[in-house]
Write a protein that binds this ligand. Structure first.
Ligand SMILES: Nc1nc2c(ncn2[C@@H]2O[C@H](COP(=O)(O)OP(=O)(O)OP(=O)(O)O)[C@@H](O)[C@H]2O)c(=O)[nH]1
Ligand SMILES: [Mg+2]
Length: 399
């Protein structure tokens, strides 16, 4: 951060540190003296006055949002993650958490429950797709395993038998072939599958261990739909970020409006690789088309007029692989380009902007980023760049 705003913050911090040093020196000198209560009160007032004085040197807008904690000044920013389900909102937030703190054992145990369900539901989908979409019958020797997995319910805890049943199913050539051909049924709402499912099926040996705690990678690759608000406060890049992550499926979006006010940064996440997939919650609705229409509604809301608008084209790792075999034109007939990364990204960018209603609205700056939420470098450089956008905005604001 090389802006004048950063210099101002550093100056305020140094001044504060020096003040505290002096204060500590005096404290040492006077440590034998017993102070009357009223003196202590005065000192407290002095501390508060200092806090106010140093902030007061800064311009009003910055002053309003600065927050002092542990001798550090932070700019407070509310960042709201929105976007359709499975676009990667929670994964980006989980990655930011991992970058700035360690998940505790209890948190990992909590994630484990969701990961178990994700693994088993993905196998249920593969069984269903094998039989109902590809019209194949699983061999007789898998009958028991299949039956057990099929009847697993979300409230159940997997037993050692559950893991033993999953293994032969994943090894079955029919199930493997269904997995390899999953794009053939990606338009079927009832057959939606986590695109990282193979990672988990290849790690069944770990999950079957009773004391197994999920790794950071396990946590990032699993799909645990957000049903309620997840609010996380993280401090990095001199910013105290208050991240709000909300579930993106149609039936959870009614909870969004109460979190709109005072948003500094709107982070609208799009799963770029989802161009060939339909929503889980409703038949026949392409995920990117849903995302475009959702963005145009959100963007026009009065709450976001002063917010920085960021569109994150996420899942670029999957997108890059997918366009080698899947034709964008088959899902977006208006696409005239080649199966080329930059050309198709440009195409999607224009679709998001084109849907905004008036010329005025089109003129508002929208910042686009390409990310892979599983990649540390991608997430940290993206949030460094978003920080720059915030700092530039604040520095340019007049009193
Ligand atoms: N390969 C890959 N997988 C990703 C990426 N981003 C997210 N995912 C996976 O996509 C799935 C959905 O991600 P989430 O972050 O849970 O999606 P969400 O937007 O929070 O979904 P809701 O909570 O339902 O709104 C998870 O299995 C993630 O591991 C990415 O960049 N690359
Ligand atoms: Mg989520």
């Amino acid at each position: 951060m090389g802006s004048s705003l950063t210099k101002k913050i550093n100056k305020a911090e140094n001044k504060n540190k020096n003040k505290n040093k002096d204060k500590n020196k005096n404290k040492d000198k006077n440590k034998d003296k017993i102070k009357p209560k009223s003196d202590k009160k005065k000192e407290k007032q002095k501390e508060n006055t200092f806090h106010f004085d140093s902030i007061h040197q800064m311009n009003y807008n910055i002053e309003r949002i600065l927050n002092q904690e542990d001798n550090q000044f932070y700019i407070k920013q509310k960042a709201l993650f929105l976007g359709v389900s499975e676009s990667g909102k929670s994964t980006i937030l989980k990655h930011l958490q991992q970058l700035h703190r360690e998940f505790k054992t209890e948190e990992r145990q909590e994630f484990l429950k969701g990961i178990h369900l994700d693994i088993i539901q993905n196998m249920q989908t593969l069984i269903m797709a094998t039989e109902q979409f590809f019209n194949q019958t699983l061999p007789e020797e898998l009958y028991e395993a299949r039956k057990e997995i099929e009847k697993f319910t979300p409230n159940q805890v997997p037993s050692s038998k559950t893991w033993l049943n999953l293994k032969p199913l994943w090894q079955s050539p029919l199930i493997r072939s269904t997995w390899e051909n999953r794009y053939k049924f990606s338009h079927e709402s009832r057959l939606q599958i986590n695109e990282n499912a193979d990672y988990f099926f290849n790690r069944l040996n770990y999950f079957q261990q009773l004391e197994y705690l999920p790794t950071n990678e396990d946590i990032l690759k699993s799909f645990i739909p957000t049903t309620d608000l997840s609010k996380q406060t993280l401090r990095f890049n001199k910013i105290k970020w208050e991240f709000f992550d909300l579930g993106g499926s149609r039936n959870t979006r009614n909870k969004w409006p109460k979190f709109y006010s005072d948003t500094d940064v709107l982070l609208f996440v799009v799963g770029l690789s989802e161009f060939n997939r339909n929503l889980r919650e409703v038949n026949g609705e392409n995920r990117i088309r849903e995302s475009i229409s959702l963005f145009s509604q959100i963007y026009n809301l009065p709450w976001f007029v002063k917010s920085e608008i960021v569109i994150i084209f996420n899942k670029v790792d999957l997108f890059t692989k997918k366009i080698e075999t899947e034709n964008v034109k088959n899902f977006f007939s208006e696409y005239n380009g080649n199966e080329n990364f930059l050309e198709s990204v440009e195409f999607f960018k224009t679709l998001f902007i084109k849907n905004l209603y008036t010329e005025d609205q089109k003129l508002r700056k929208i910042h686009f980023f390409l990310t892979c939420a599983l990649d540390q470098n991608s997430i940290s450089t993206t949030f460094d760049a978003i920080t720059q956008i915030i700092l530039q905005k604040l520095s340019s604001q007049k009193n």
